[in-house]
Structures are given as C-alpha cells and as structure tokens.
Design a protein around this ligand. Sequence first.
Ligand code: ZN
Length: 519
Amino acid sequence: MLIFIKHPPSAAENKEYFMANTFESFKEYLDKINMLQHASTLFSWDMETLMPKGGLKLHAKTHTYLAGEAFDMSVSKEMKAYLDEFSIPGELEKYLSDPKELRLWKFSVEKLKKDYDEKARIPSELFRDFLQEQSESFGAWQEAKQTNNWQLFAPHLKKMIDFQKTIISYTDPGKDTYDALLDDYEEGMTSEIYDRLFNELKEGLLPLVKEILSKPAPDHAKFDRYFDPYHQEKLQALLLRYIGFDFDKGAVSKSEHPFTLNFSSTDVRVTNHYYDHEIMNSIYSAIHEGGHAVFEQNVDPMFDGTPAASCQNMGIHESQSRFFENFLGRNKSFWIPIYKDVQATVPALADISLDEFIAEACRVQNSLIRTAADEVTYAFHVILRYEIEKGLFDGSIDVDDLPRIWNEKMNEYLNITPPTDSEGVLQDMHWSDGSFGYFPSYLLGSIYDGMYKDAIEADLGPIDDILARGDIRQITKWLNEKIHVYGNTRKPAEVIAAVCGKEVSAEPLLRYFKEKYLE
Ligand code: ZN
C-alpha cells in the first residue's frame, strides 16, 4: 500500500541533478532509504510485540517520522534524476560487468521507476485526504464491529470505494478499477481469470462439502482442555526448526494476531498468539507464518536492499504459507516422525493419539469466521468476498444492501446465517482501509498449492512418503530452489509456468480435496 505521497518535481527542477550521478552515489542514496526503512520497520515490530501501552506516543511519532523521511527520499527529485539516468539503455552497463548483477539492477531500476511514476501521478491533496479517511474508516469499523452497528461503518465504506475509484483513475487511467486493485496484490491477475478459477472451484466444492459433511464428524471433546502457553511456545520452536526455519536468520515473538515481518533475508521474524484452550490455533499459525518466513529467508541474499528481494505478490506468498500449513501440516505423515516429540513437548497431548490429533486438524465444518475456517470451506469464505467486491466496483451491489447479500451468500455457500453483522459482513478489517482485491489472493495461494503438489510428486515421488520418512527438508529445499531464491523478480504467471509448466488451474486443488477428504 502507498503511504505518504508528495507532489512530483517538474522536469526543469530535475535538470541540475542530471550529469552529476554515478552508480555509486545512486547505491548510496538507496542505502540511506533502506536504513530509514530498516529503523522504521524495527519500530513497527516493537509496537506489535514488546512495547508497553505507554510507549505508543513516542514510538508512533518516531516511526512516522522515519517512514516519512524514507518516503520523501523515494519521491524526491534526486530519485527521479537517478531513475531517469539509469533507465537510459546502456547506462548501467557502464558500471556493471557481471551479468547477474546487471540483470538485478535493470530489474530494480525498472521497478523503482514504475513505483515512482505511479506515486507521482496521484495528486498529493487527494492522497492526504485518502490517508485521513483511511484512519477514520478503520476507527469506525472497529467500533461498528464491537457494537454490531453496520450503519456506523457503511458511509465510510462508500467513501473508501469512491477513493479507490478516483486513485485508480490517476494511477491506471482507462483500466477497470477492480482489475487494477487485483493487480496490486497479484501482478497480472484480472477478474476474468479469477471468475474462471473460482467458478470451477465452486462447482466442484459445493457437492464435495455436502458429501464430507454427511459423514460422522470427529469428536472434539478431548481438545477442550488446558494447553500451557509455555508448552505451545516450545512446540512452535520445534515445528519451525522441523520445516527449515533458520534461527540464525530469524526470531520469534508474541502478538495479538500472528504475522511475519522481514528486514532482509538474514533477519525474518514471526509471531504467534497462544490461547490456553486452543492448541490447533497456535500450531497452524506457527506452520503458516513459518512458511512465509522460510520463503523470505531463502531469497537470494544478493537481492537484499533492492526491490528484487521481498516477494510482493500475495498469492505467491500465501501459496508458501498455506502449502506448509495445509498440504504438509494437515497431512498425517508430517506428524509421524515427530509426534512423540510433540507429546513430550506438550504433555497435555499425551493421551491424544496421532489419529485423533489429525482428525481434529482436518475437521471440515461450515463456520462463520474466515480466519478460523478449515482448508476446504475456506474457499467459500473467499469466493463470497470476491463476488461482493466485484459487485461493489461494477455497480451491481450497493453498500446499503451488503448485510443482506452477505447473509444470503453465507446461506448459499455455507448453509449458515450469521446471527450478527459483527460475525458476518463486519468480521474482517480489509475493507475498512480500502484493501479491496486482497481476499482472492489467499485462495489463489491454495490453487497454486494444488499445482505445486503435482510438480513436487513428479520430481520427488509421493509427498506422503517423503514426510513419513522425516524428509520434509527435501520438500523445503525443492521450494527454496524453485520459488524462494527468485524473491520478487518473477511475475506470478512466470513462477507458475516455470515451476508447473502450465497455466494456472483449480483442478489439482479440487482433486487434492477429493482424494484427501473422501477417502
Ligand atoms: Zn499468510
């Protein structure tokens, strides 16, 4: 997301900077921006993890100052002059002879220039208003969710939609607004592609879920007990190490909502939240965030400090976290080599057999809340949000009708009616700050995963066998080499073509669900 926008300098203003630039001074300039960003990121990390309430004021002020300085430098006339100069064909070649380094810097300059141009096209007044409304809208959403008062949030949601329409008319003139938003989270994605994938999935999943739910549900009773948070924390470390998280290049902390944050490929942090009666929650958050982290830890270290480093495509990123969480972590074979250690680490699991454990981990049920949904019905939570977002931007859905439409879709796809809007249309924060187009990337991640599974098995043999003999690192290494090392340098379609040799399709994911849940 764009933060802190400033008006672009005119061409005349830039002239004085031309000629004086060398590649070394350009790198020094970027290095200064990186250091400011590094410091401001450290403040974010501390604010989410260790900072006491009393630290907020000074932390927020310092964080905003540092991030603002970094932003100013990224849209300054110096930056424009550098980017103009090093975009000239042949210019980088004067400084760089190593072909790999040359490729990296060509990519970086192109990416930085694209970002600069996009930011520069938005009138600064408009962007300041958007930032202002963003925080007001977020506050209204929080209160609306707490008090179950949809009316409180509706006018802000309308404004966020209008703002996005206006902003996109500047950044991507002539482009469909929702397609431009989808592209922000996953480069190259359009509603046409999502329609095809999600319709295919919907048609296959509706009867499949019905069939799964017609079977007797596993007994949850044994999991309704106290699990010492200290034991859960130790288990997280065990699981992270097991999947290949490198503690020399990563750290763990606690926060309200689990997340991953990376400073560079050699410093990637994850958090978790330990509920004392909910062990599955922290286990699968540990593996999920671990998947994001293993990705970032294995990006080519040469990319650090450039736009090539951290992967900005949410679908590709989620495909890694969700592959570890669901395709590996919700597989019985994942646990076979370590379940004894797991029980020793968490004594409250001592009388729970591996079969009981995995039945609980794979329990399918129609539920209200997206973030707590199982891997199968999760698809419907995303599809209904996608259909609503699309309708909001093509004008076929009115904000005032949202609670009704939400509940109708919940009924259609999940056979369940939310008792309140807080547990329905108001549950997620994404729309409150204008993050439309983000939701579909979660499910896209799982669709990619179905395809990776086929590719891994073609290369290495059945995943079940690899996991059962405790060779999970072989899979991690495969992902490192095929996906992680490239960082942000490949577009999603290029990743899928290179790794799977075909176009994206939902068929492998559907097949995986059928094989796993109907047997
Ligand atoms: Zn994630």
